[in-house]
Design a protein around this ligand. Structure first.
Ligand SMILES: Cc1cc2nc3c(=O)[nH]c(=O)nc-3n(C[C@H](O)[C@H](O)[C@H](O)COP(=O)(O)OP(=O)(O)OC[C@H]3O[C@@H](n4cnc5c(N)ncnc54)[C@H](O)[C@@H]3O)c2cc1C
Ligand code: FES
Length: 355
């Protein structure tokens, strides 16, 4: 079944910095099974703002063991939803919420003894905080090193919670703040997390550490720097995990555009045990939009290839994606696509949102 939205009550909304707030949702006991999540996953919120339906994804910053569903929202300049959330949402309001999903996740195993290295910048702390708490709480033999980039101290989201985690897990958690606009008196901790900084941080904090997993959430440039840095250090791709919130500078793959010749495709779409048939041409933007035009209530959020809310499986036929920042290689191998990025390359296609 494709995921659906539920109207949920906002239990509380709390300012955490000048430009961010933590929103806590009340999940009725009957829905808690459906809202179970792994550390690192996100939910999608939906609200009609100035007459327009707006959907945005937010990573849960609470940990599964807390049995709480909290997100941290940071104001984006001129952003429709983030500004609405910070300026207008209040305790007791209802909001539409799609259950948790996402591939950026860490599942704890009590007997594991691993070294987790986490990188976050700005609001990218939300899934990383959930992962850190989960590992520290549920894997007593594992250690966590968190590198957290921000402009200055005043803009650090969840600073108090991180400090109290440090006190609780004195020997197992290291937190290194990197500030781009303020000095902490240590040159190493001033600037941005780029390749040059990574080399220095590695020498200072990780040289004697056997790293098991790296998780990174932040701007695209930081994700690219961190993942290629640790790949060059010999870490397997399967141990490198990233979450991108916004596909700002993502380049459209020109090889995909070359495959788009305008061919007409007969689409059979399976959604909630129903089959919908329609035709699309390759000039239609993508499978998702063609399906919406045909009247299908298909799931989506970012429409930019960075979440995986619109994921579906190609049962027959073929499609190519413009960009994919969310599906794992093995999912692509199995035929899954992000429908907001997928264009059919065969004359007929059978695609299922129910798989
Ligand atoms: C899986 C996932 C998890 C996410 N988790 C969080 C989270 O925990 N906390 C959080 O605050 N946000 C998170 N986001 C981002 C969030 O979904 C929204 O994109 C963000 O809040 C901006 O929405 P908006 O409506 O305010 O801005 P929009 O109206 O969508 O955008 C306004 C302008 O800002 C640009 N823009 C949009 N988003 C960003 C951004 N993140 N950085 C820089 N420029 C941007 C747009 O290109 C546009 O020009 C997540 C996104 C994804 C895909
Ligand atoms: S809607 Fe987010 S990847 Fe398609």
């Amino acid at each position: 079944m494709s995921p659906k939205f539920y109207s949920l009550r906002i239990q509380s909304i709390r300012r955490i910095t000048d430009d961010s707030a933590e929103l806590s949702l009340e999940i009725p006991p009957t829905l808690q099974g459906e809202f179970n999540f792994d550390a690192g996953q996100y939910i999608t919120l939906k609200k009609t703002i100035e007459g327009k339906e707006i959907r945005r994804s937010y990573s849960l910053c609470s940990a599964p063991y807390e049995k709480a569903w909290r997100v941290g929202i940071k104001r984006v300049r001129e952003g429709v939803f983030s500004n609405y959330a910070l300026d207008h949402l209040k305790t007791g309001d209802f909001i539409e919420v799609m259950p948790p999903t996402g591939n950026f996740r860490a599942v704890s195993q009590q007997e594991k003894a691993r070294n987790m290295v986490l990188f976050a910048a700005g609001s990218g702390i939300t899934p990383v905080l959930s992962i850190a708490k989960t590992i520290l709480q549920e894997e007593p033999l594992s250690n966590v090193t968190l590198f957290y980039g921000n402009k200055g101290f005043a803009s650090i989201m969840f600073l108090e919670e991180i400090e109290s985690l440090k006190n609780q897990f004195l020997t197992r958690l290291r937190v290194i703040h990197i500030l781009s606009r303020e000095s902490q008196g240590i040159p190493l901790q001033k600037g941005r997390i780029d390749t040059e900084k990574l080399e220095k941080l590695f020498k200072a904090f990780l040289i004697n550490t056997v790293i098991d997993d790296v998780y990174v959430c932040g701007p695209e440039e930081m994700i690219l720097s961190v993942t290629s840095f640790f790949e060059a250090k010999g870490l397997a791709k399967s141990c490198l995990h990233f979450e991108l919130f916004h596909a700002g500078n993502v380049q459209k793959a020109s090889s995909v555009e070359n495959q788009i010749t305008g061919v007409t495709c007969a689409v059979q779409l399976i959604l909630d045990d129903d089959t919908i048939s329609f035709e699309m041409t390759q000039f239609d933007q993508n499978l998702l939009e063609a399906a919406q035009r045909a009247g299908a209530d298909v799931p989506f959020a970012c429409k930019g290839g960075v979440c995986c809310t619109c994921k579906a499986k190609i049962i027959e036929g073929a499609a190519t994606m413009r960009v994919n920042y969310a599906l794992e290689p093995d999912e692509v191998e199995q035929g899954y696509v992000l429908t907001c990025q997928a264009v059919p390359t065969s004359s007929s296609i059978n695609v299922s949102f129910d798989e």
